[in-house]
Design a protein around this ligand. Sequence first.
Ligand code: HEC
Ligand code: HEC
Ligand code: HEC
Ligand code: HEC
Ligand code: HEC
Ligand code: HEC
Length: 257
Amino acid sequence: MRLRRDVLLSVAVMGGLLAALVSHPSLGDEPVPHWVKGMLCLACHKSLNKDLVDRFQTTKHSKVQPDDKMAPVDIYRRSVGFNPADNTYFEAGLGCQTCHGPGSAHLAAKGNDEKLATMPRPDQLKTANQKLSICGRCHADYTYKGQPFAPDFRPGDDLIKDPDFKLAVVTKPADFQQLNDFMGSKHAANDVTCITCHTSHEQMTEDHQLRKPVPDVCLQCHATAHPCKLPEAQWPKDSTCVTCHMPGGRHVFAVQK
Ligand code: HEC
Ligand code: HEC
Ligand code: HEC
Ligand code: HEC
Ligand code: HEC
Ligand code: HEC
């Protein structure tokens, strides 16, 4: 399909490295993919798409680390493969697999590009809920089966529709409640998702991993459809879309009457 010869070659070369580092005997046959060492993703994708990896490494995501003194939910938010039985994890930090899922089947495929393409891409998932769930499992205040995290979640799952998932009612700004605020907004009902405005792989020139600066990130839709009803001449000096529609940085996108 899309695979070039040099790509296939580098995949073949990586094969040896993989065999040495992946600790599962029968990768190809296993029905449920498992976590693999994140350095494998980095090594191979640095040769495939160098910019994509380099840019990811400029984001806050690539720098967060868990710490034993943190609450379990905060360790969950900063690791791959969190185990709630003893608050341990497969790997520290927010590796590639946090958003793309366990990579063993992807790796076991080696030169077979059918299987290589099995890593979920958040932007290509079918529903807005699936996309929101990828980010929302960390960026929300909730309980799942009575606990404040969802260790069984895998990219592609719809956490929001899961009857065991219950968003807390939030009333003031806090670090990890973007999904709570967002679900009450008209954006949530109109297929706008976290990755409409935020990127994980583009050039990080903006704060908060925004794809474009404010107001451009809003005007890509609101310049024509549903433009602001308050004429710009009436905006106080230095106010932006965020001042009035995201008060306190909250993702409510509300209109004050
Ligand atoms: C041995 C090399 C190799 C390793 C290791 C590897 N990949 Fe890939 N990956 C590829 C190739 C080849 C493709 C397909 C070509 C492309 O899209 O650039 C690909 C594609 C992808 C895609 C895009 C899928 C799509 O539908 O476009 C994602 C996401 C991805 N890999 C994530 C990962 C993650 C996460 C890891 C670590 C678990 C990983 N890869 C490890 C070689 C590798
Ligand atoms: C915080 C979530 C997140 C993390 C962590 C993450 N990605 Fe992605 N990745 C995405 C999203 C979202 C997309 C869809 C494209 C976009 O939004 O820019 C994507 C797209 C991709 C693609 C397809 C892009 C293309 O243009 O072909 C590849 C390959 C990929 N990621 C590999 C990786 C690798 C390798 C890592 C680790 C260095 C990684 N991702 C870490 C969210 C993430
Ligand atoms: C595994 C948990 C986890 C997942 C999944 C996750 N994040 Fe994050 N995110 C974090 C943590 C931890 C931070 C750092 C918070 C801090 O220390 O301020 C963060 C920070 C951010 C920031 C702030 C960056 C800055 O420079 O201010 C944005 C924006 C963000 N995440 C968006 C997303 C989006 C969009 C997705 C889905 C594609 C996503 N996150 C997926 C845990 C996660
Ligand atoms: C319509 C665009 C848009 C969407 C959709 C969006 N955000 Fe944001 N986000 C922003 C803007 C703008 C800021 C900067 C706010 C500020 O300057 O105070 C921001 C800031 C953030 C921050 C850093 C500040 C903070 O709140 O701690 C995080 C984390 C974040 N967003 C995560 C998310 C997540 C997760 C989702 C999906 C549930 C999401 N965003 C959806 C526009 C958006
Ligand atoms: C991908 C397109 C898109 C982007 C980007 C976008 N919006 Fe929206 N926005 C919509 C849609 C669609 C609606 C719903 C319109 C309707 O049906 O009333 C909406 C509604 C709104 C509303 C009205 C809410 C209400 O309850 O009436 C506000 C306020 C708003 N957006 C602010 C923003 C801000 C601020 C940004 C940038 C941070 C932004 N939007 C970015 C598509 C977008
Ligand atoms: C000074 C505060 C302020 C600023 C700045 C501001 N708005 Fe508004 N916006 C309002 C108010 C107030 C309304 C409701 C007006 C009404 O209903 O008569 C509104 C309404 C809206 C609506 C709803 C439109 C509809 O059809 O119902 C959208 C969407 C919106 N604004 C987007 C934006 C965007 C995008 C920006 C930045 C480019 C922005 N606003 C900047 C105060 C503001």
